[in-house]
Design a protein around this ligand. Structure first.
Ligand SMILES: [Zn+2]
Length: 461
């Protein structure tokens, strides 16, 4: 399996440290507000990476942090007059709900809250030789770390100022906070350093260094995140971890590109800042957003417009119509369908193993949907070419790989099947009024009908 490694700036064959097993670390959310759909893009791409590793025979140990201690949280807590823990536990739930809705599976992942890893972070800070204590905290001294700058070209001419803010983005070198001295109205922990107690709380960057090494070892295999985290967050993670242990942090770094809204970066001032709730309010399925994301390769900018989302929703409906064929077996098996159903899983796994080519995988899926729509499925043939079984297996495989929940397309009721038969009869009798009436009733129950050469086929609307 090949992935583009941001460290080497080229596609590389993945060689796990331990045979057959991959350690995967994802930078998680800061839980002070809703995540926006751009953040969701990153998490969806990471979910596809995890699923692709599994489909290619690797066991995945996945760890994600939940940032519940950070500047923005305390600012919001003061602004809204809410205890910070109330804020973080609420938005952690909202986040987990959002990611589930867009088909992200964290059921086998380890989630670690920053507030529960303070001691681990302190242990890393203690081991960093090039740190110094200032009045407002403990800093990483960049001047004493010449390797700084693995991801971006940096201007080192400013090397002697400090930055206390976690989210600076100016691309010049500045000493960053490992630990921040106690502030009023902020939680704090004792921290004994060089014989003195520096009460305070961790800076943001240190949590990922501490948690990844604790749960995955150091180095571990793959570190992921949005491209906006490359600098300073990932740069700082690499520097801290390497400085503290002399070892590399991770072998492969995979970064997901931005999602643009109407051609621009999302921002609250441009009013193009959307959350999953906005998508649902407009009547779209959260999985249509997932599909919109997967239509773009993770290393290219993806474009969100309401029109694009509608196109993705239509595509999702096509896939669901394909999945509904599972309930509508027919005779007259054609040989080609056996090939489609049996050999396709390998093709999907191989396409995605090529640096997560999700657009390629979806075009194959659309192809299959078209071909299967034109073929008959055989239910009564119980020999080894029982296509309904093979088709169900294919859908299960696709759900595991792409997370589009195609197996959730249920059968219709006996009463509805009877409506379809009555409509067929009415059409034979040329009773068009009755046929239309029955069609309308089915449409109200969100069932569409397609009259084909091999009979009528229903699909979910
Ligand atoms: Zn991180």
């Amino acid at each position: 399996m090949k992935l583009y490694n941001s460290l080497s700036r080229k596609a590389e064959e993945i060689m796990p440290i331990q045979d057959g097993q991959v350690g995967l670390y994802t930078c998680g959310p800061t839980v002070y507000d809703h995540v926006h759909i751009g953040n969701l893009r990153t998490y969806i791409n990471e979910d596809i990476l995890r699923r692709t590793l599994k489909a290619n025979g690797l066991k995945v140990k996945h760890v994600m942090n939940i940032t519940d201690i950070e500047d923005k949280i305390f600012a919001r807590s003061k602004e809204t007059n809410k205890p910070y823990k109330e804020l973080t536990s609420h938005f952690e739930k909202v986040f987990l709900d959002d990611v589930k809705r867009v088909g992200i599976d964290l059921s086998e992942s380890t989630l670690v809250r920053a507030s529960e890893a303070i001691e681990d972070m302190q242990q890393v800070i203690i081991k960093i030789p090039n740190k110094y204590v200032a009045e407002d905290g403990i800093y990483f001294d960049i001047a004493k770390y010449p390797e700084y700058g693995v991801f971006v070209k940096l201007d080192r001419s400013h090397s002697h100022h400090r930055i206390n803010n976690d989210e600076y983005d100016k691309e010049h070198v500045a000493d960053f906070a490992l630990w921040k001295a106690k502030q009023p109205d902020e939680p704090s922990w004792d921290f004994e350093v060089d014989g003195r107690n520096i009460e305070g709380r961790p800076g943001w960057h240190i949590e990922c260094s501490a948690m990844s090494a604790k749960h995955l070892g150091q180095p571990f295999d793959i570190h992921t995140g949005g491209v906006d985290l490359k600098f300073p967050h990932h740069e700082n993670e690499v520097a801290q971890s390497h400085s503290a242990s002399g070892k590399k942090l991770a072998n492969y770094w995979v970064h997901s590109e931005h999602l643009l809204v109407d051609g621009k970066k999302m921002s609250k001032s441009l009013k193009n800042f959307y959350t999953l709730a906005d998508v649902i309010d407009k009547g779209f399925d959260p999985l249509a957003l997932r599909l919109l994301v997967l239509q773009a390769h993770y290393r290219t900018e993806a474009h969100f417009t309401w029109d694009n989302l509608e196109a993705a929703q239509n595509r999702l409906n096509d896939y669901r119509a394909m999945a509904a064929l599972r309930w509508q077996p027919r005779k007259h098996l054609k040989d080609a369908s056996t090939y489609i159903l049996r050999d396709i899983p390998k093709q999907f796994a191989a396409i995605l193993a090529n640096d997560l080519d999700t657009p390629g995988a979806l075009s194959l899926l659309s192809n299959i949907a078209t071909q299967l729509g034109a073929l008959d499925l055989d239910s009564e043939n119980a020999n080894r070419y029982n296509n309904v079984q093979d088709f169900t297996k294919l859908l299960e495989f696709l759900d595991d790989l792409l997370g589009l929940k195609l197996m959730n397309v249920d059968d219709i009721s006996d009463e509805q099947k009877d409506f379809i038969n009555q409509r067929e009869k009415a059409r034979e009798d040329k009773d068009w009024t009755k046929a239309d009436e029955l069609r309308k009733q089915l449409e109200e129950a969100k069932i569409g009908l397609n009259d084909t050469d091999h009979g009528v086929i229903w699909y979910p609307l």
